[in-house]
Ligand binder design. Structure first.
Ligand code: DHB
Ligand code: FE
Length: 277
């Protein structure tokens, strides 16, 4: 089931989950012969994560997010909807509802201009869905999320858009850049000890909703990205979520967009599963 609504963890669920968690951890201690000093090092690691603002969600999402996403959206993914994808640690509530023509970033936003367009469709009938809400967020052209970058205004690369009467959307943005998680925090140091890099391929996050449809959280990736087949978040870039960046550099096309430099386009259609399925 898709459970996007606020979930309260009942005592019954806590009993089951916490009991299983303790069982697994005790077995692990025995299997790997974890000693008192290793155990104290682990406690210090977790304590340090707790003292830093984004480390706990980051660690959980890097290592466990994909599995939770697959369980949460199992039903959705079986109903031929667009595959779901991890929410990730950097979603913010309350992004501004923008007015058309839709756009993310400042007037002079650094980076390659990108127009993303597509349709939101009914997964069962293929009919377009007008008035669907797209809540979008991405890194800017410098590979940073706005709330962690003092040089970007609040909500710079975030916004809410609606599909038009034909279920279509288009927005202007800049090509996001691959994201490297901080290397000096506990998660970054752990990855270094594991001999693993800390990169995610470039991606745009989407939360899509409309009355009488099950909500969808997903990400769109781009062909040719060096990290696409080696994502820090293993298994996140599902092949169906990869689209192509098309470059437009003819004088005529550039002029038609009122630009002074080449730009890129990408297309992606989303299929929402009806709530009654
Ligand atoms: C993670 C997810 C993201 O979308 C991102 O940009 C960075 C990290 C994560 O799952 O940890
Ligand atoms: Fe992300």
């Amino acid at each position: 089931m898709v459970t996007e609504e606020k979930v309260t963890l009942t005592n019954e669920r806590v009993k089951v989950i916490f009991g299983d968690l303790l069982d697994s951890l005790r077995q692990l201690i025995i299997k790997d012969r974890i000693t008192e000093s290793e155990y104290r090092a682990l406690i210090e690691f977790v304590s340090e994560m707790g003292r830093l603002e984004y480390e706990v969600p980051l660690w959980f999402d890097v290592f466990l997010g994909v599995t939770v996403d697959n369980v949460t959206y199992d039903h959705y993914n079986q109903m031929a909807g667009t595959p779901s994808n991890i929410l990730g640690p950097f979603y913010l509530e309350g992004a501004p509802v923008r007015s058309p023509p839709y756009r993310l970033g400042r007037d002079n936003e650094p980076g390659d201009v990108l127009f993303v367009s597509g349709s939101v469709l009914d997964a069962k009938t293929g009919a377009p869905i007008p008035g669907a809400l797209l809540d979008i967020w991405q890194t800017s052209g410098n590979g940073l999320y706005d709330h962690l970058d003092p040089d970007q205004p609040d909500f710079n690369m975030r916004g809410k858009f609606l599909t038009d009467q034909e279920g279509r959307f288009e927005f202007r943005t800049v090509i996001p850049q691959p994201y490297e998680i901080p290397k000096d925090g506990p998660t970054g140091r752990l990855l270094a000890m594991l001999g693993h890099h800390a990169w995610r391929p470039k991606h745009i996050h989407f939360k899509i909703s409309r009355d009488s449809y099950l909500p969808l959280t997903t990400q769109v990736y781009f062909e040719g990205d060096p990290w696409l087949h080696d994502d820090l978040v293993e298994g996140a870039p599902k092949p169906e979520l990869v689209t192509r960046l098309e470059k437009h550099d003819s004088h005529k096309e550039i002029e038609s967009k009122g630009l002074d430099r080449p730009f890129f386009t990408a297309r992606f259609d989303f299929r929402l599963v009806p709530a009654t399925s």
